[in-house]
Design a protein around this ligand. Structure first.
Ligand code: V0D
Length: 256
C-alpha cells in the first residue's frame, strides 16, 4: 500500500534544509519531467513492469513535495503519451488506474497543501473512470493558489500542434483570423499548455537523450537536464542537483 504524502512533513528526514538550498531567484518557475525508466527499474530487480509504475507513483509524491518546498510554481509530469497506447493492453489498463489510486490517497493532502491539479492531454481517448477521477481533482483544487501539478496524460506534442494549426486554418477560412496575425502568441494560445508559462527546465530520467514528442513548442528555450537514474530511484537530492545546475547556467548567461 502507498503511504500518505504530506502528513509527516515536519518529521521528514528526506528533504534538504532550506539553508543548503537554492537562492529563490535561481529556482525555475516551471519544471517539466519525463519520468522514464519505471519498467527497466522493475526488470532489473526481477519484478513485473507494473511494480515499476507503482513505485514511480511514490516518486511523484516525493518530488511534488520537494518542488512545493523549493518554491517551484509549475510542475509538469509526463505520465502517459499518445504513443503509450501501443503497449500491452494489461499494462495500459493498469496505468489507467493509477490516477484514481494516486488521488484516492493524496487528494486531501494536495488540497491541504494548496496544490492545484491540472491535466494536459487529449481527453477524448481516456477511459471515463480515469478522466472522472482527474476531473474531480481538478475541480476540487481549482481555487488553490500554490504549486500547479500538471499531469501530461495522453499527451502528444505533434498532435497538439496539428490541432492548433487546424484551428488556425479554420479561423482563416471563416474570416476570423488574418494570416498576418499568426505569431508565437497566436500559436501558444491554441496549445494544451495555454494556461502555463513555458518550462524553464526539462528533466529526463533513465539515460535517454530524447524529447519523445513532449512539449516540442514549449521547450524551445528551456534548459535540459538528463540523468541515468531510473524514475523510481530519483530522489529529492537529484531534483536539487538539477535545479542547482539550472541556477549555475542561468547565472552564466546573465554574465555575458
Ligand atoms: C506510471 C511514473 C501518477 C510514470 C509515475 C495514467 C508511469 C507513475 C499519475 C497521475 C503514472 C495522473 C493524473 C492525476 C494524478 C496522478 C499517473 C499515469 C501513470 C498514467 F490526476 N502517476 N502516474 N498517471 N505512473
Amino acid at each position: 500500500m502507498i503511504k500518505r504524502l504530506w502528513a509527516n512533513r515536519s518529521k521528514a528526514k528526506t528533504s534538504l534544509p532550506q539553508s543548503e538550498g537554492i537562492p529563490p531567484e535561481n529556482v525555475p518557475q516551471h519544471v517539466a519531467i519525463i519520468m522514464d525508466g519505471n519498467g527497466r527499474w522493475a526488470k532489473r530487480r526481477g519484478l513485473p513492469r507494473m511494480a515499476g509504475h507503482h513505485s514511480g507513483m511514490k516518486t511523484v509524491k516525493r518530488i511534488t513535495i520537494e518542488a512545493n518546498r523549493l518554491g517551484v510554481k509549475y510542475l509538469t509530469l509526463y505520465a502517459f503519451s499518445t504513443e503509450n497506447w501501443k503497449r500491452p493492453k494489461a499494462e495500459v489498463d493498469f496505468l489507467m488506474k493509477l490516477p484514481q489510486q494516486f488521488l484516492e490517497i493524496e487528494l486531501d493532502d494536495l488540497i491541504a497543501n494548496n496544490v492545484q491539479v491540472k491535466m494536459m492531454g487529449h481527453r477524448e481517448d481516456l477511459p471515463s473512470h480515469t478522466l472522472s477521477a482527474v476531473e474531480e481533482a481538478i475541480t476540487k483544487t481549482a481555487g488553490n493558489t500554490g504549486l500547479v501539478l500538471n499531469f501530461a496524460l495522453n499527451y502528444g506534442s505533434r498532435k497538439e500542434m496539428l490541432e492548433a494549426v487546424q484551428g488556425i486554418a479554420a479561423d482563416i477560412k471563416d474570416g476570423r483570423l488574418d494570416p498576418e496575425d499568426i505569431d508565437d502568441q497566436e500559436m501558444a494560445r491554441r496549445l494544451l499548455s495555454k494556461d502555463l508559462p513555458d518550462p524553464d527546465l526539462l528533466i529526463r530520467t533513465s539515460g535517454e537523450l530524447r524529447l519523445s514528442n513532449f512539449m516540442l513548442w514549449q521547450l524551445a528555450y528551456s534548459e535540459l537536464w538528463f540523468t541515468d537514474v531510473y524514475w523510481p530511484e530519483f530522489t529529492e537530492k537529484h531534483f536539487n542537483e538539477a535545479i542547482q545546475e539550472y541556477g549555475r547556467r542561468a547565472r552564466r548567461y546573465g554574465g555575458v
